[in-house]
Design a protein around this ligand. Structure first.
Ligand SMILES: [Zn+2]
Length: 418
């Protein structure tokens, strides 16, 4: 009898070392994007998935990760990604026509790993471009630890209109094809689609408030406005009922104004926004994801006159938005270009006049705020997820240092080490 009673006590003692299995990360330098302060020889203490403490001493029994040659900072947030899209999908026919969803999902698994290993511990994935609910499946598989990847917030299908963005162009009208987005040509259809997407796992609702490059008027640069303000308000209100936010693809023009006035949480791209629209962003506290890099073509032939005007406008809008105090969140459209290379966008932001610290903020604390996760991620402090990356050199001096991330921890688990 005595022995039996002693057993739970022995089990309790055996469980004790679990507490001292905490990890201590020794950082040569630790950058806090919130304050902009850099602390030398800092120690991040991790317990389970969370940051326990930031100090200078390594407690007895803690596993130590030696990053004393590196600068540590919080894991990065990319607020505009397409994990189920690959660069080759941008060149030929849309992937809904020449790839199975199964194949695209496998590619997505590989892409998620590349993006994580590049330092992106959280991503808002802004539509599967016709790969159905594979983004939900990938998010869940990552959360369950089946495959490695960033913490994903997904939007499944985007809402668009017949003849608009992500609706096949130039097809024989007698052929029925799967679409890369959902055609919601009435308010009722849009509301029903929001419900369907939420039902099957969408975290965000993505809407194409304007068309794409082929819809831009070559003379006035006016993009195609796809939804009225009232339609967009109905989408935002339906999403809100389910505690979801709306991200609007909008290059500018009336479509962007409609989206901001309707209450979307973020405008994506926005390279043709006029001054009135930039002011509307400020007045409404709407976020902007500029996605600067993705509009640079791969080859000289693609650098048409129209493209040059669009790139020039993007730069001008970015600089005005910074001056006027628009809330800018880092977002790239990765998938349209090589996964694992999103940090090149940071360099572009700095090239256009943003300070390296503000560029890092856009990809940490600001991204966290856009996602309403400011209590969970974005800085390294007690209680938040232990999302930590490290680079050689000083990213405040050379933002390019973030293109070579040497160490990645997400929620206390190490995915990459020097
Ligand atoms: Zn996109």
């Amino acid at each position: 009898m005595r022995q039996q009673r002693a057993l739970p006590f022995i089990l309790f003692l055996a469980a004790m070392p679990a507490f001292s299995a905490d990890t201590a990360i020794r950082c040569g330098r630790l950058l806090d994007p919130a304050s902009g302060k850099v602390t030398e020889n800092a120690v991040i203490l991790v317990r389970g998935e969370r940051v326990e403490q930031v100090g200078t001493a390594v407690p007895a029994g803690a596993k130590t990760v030696d990053l004393s040659r590196y600068t540590c900072l919080p894991g990065l947030v990319d607020s505009h990604t397409h994990v189920l899209l690959q660069p080759e999908d941008e060149r030929g026919a849309p992937p809904v026509l020449n790839k199975s969803q199964a194949f695209r999902t496998i590619q997505g698994v590989a892409a998620a790993r590349k993006d994580l290993e590049a330092g992106f511990t959280t991503m808002r994935d802004l539509d599967s471009e016709g790969a159905g609910f594979a983004d939900v499946a990938l998010r869940d598989a990552i959360n369950q630890g089946i495959v490695p990847g960033p913490r994903l917030f997904v939007s499944t299908y985007a809402l668009t209109i017949t003849g608009g963005h992500m609706n096949h162009a130039g097809i024989n009208p007698d052929i029925e094809l799967p679409e890369p987005a959902t055609l919601t040509d009435s308010r009722d259809a849009a509301i029903a689609e929001v419900r369907r997407e939420v039902k099957y796992g969408a975290d965000w609702i993505k809407v194409y408030a304007t068309g794409t490059l082929r819809h831009i008027d070559p003379v006035t640069l006016e993009p195609l406005s796809q939804f009225s303000e009232e339609d967009l308000r109905a989408i935002v209100e339906e999403a809100r009922r389910w505690h979801r936010d709306v991200a609007a693809h909008a290059y500018g023009g009336q479509g962007a104004k409609n989206a901001i006035r309707a209450g979307v949480r973020s405008i994506e791209h926005g390279m043709l926004m006029d001054d009135e629209t930039i002011d509307l962003l400020v007045q409404n506290g709407t976020w902007w994801c500029p996605t600067l890099s993705v509009y640079f073509p791969d080859s000289e032939e693609e650098l048409t006159d129209l493209r040059k005007r669009i790139l020039a406008s993007h730069k001008e809008v970015f600089q005005k938005a910074m001056r006027k105090g628009v809330k800018i969140a880092f977002g790239t459209d990765v998938g349209a270009f090589e996964h694992g290379t999103s940090a090149k966008e940071l360099a572009r932001m700095v090239e256009y006049g943003m300070s390296p610290l503000d560029a890092i903020r856009s990809a940490t604390i600001r991204g966290a705020e856009l996602l309403r996760l400011e209590k969970e991620i974005g800085t390294i402090e007690p209680g938040k997820y232990a999302d930590v990356i490290a680079v050689e050199g000083d990213p405040l001096q050379d933002i390019g240092a973030l293109r070579q991330v040497a160490f990645v921890m997400k929620a206390g688990t190490v995915y990459k080490r020097p």
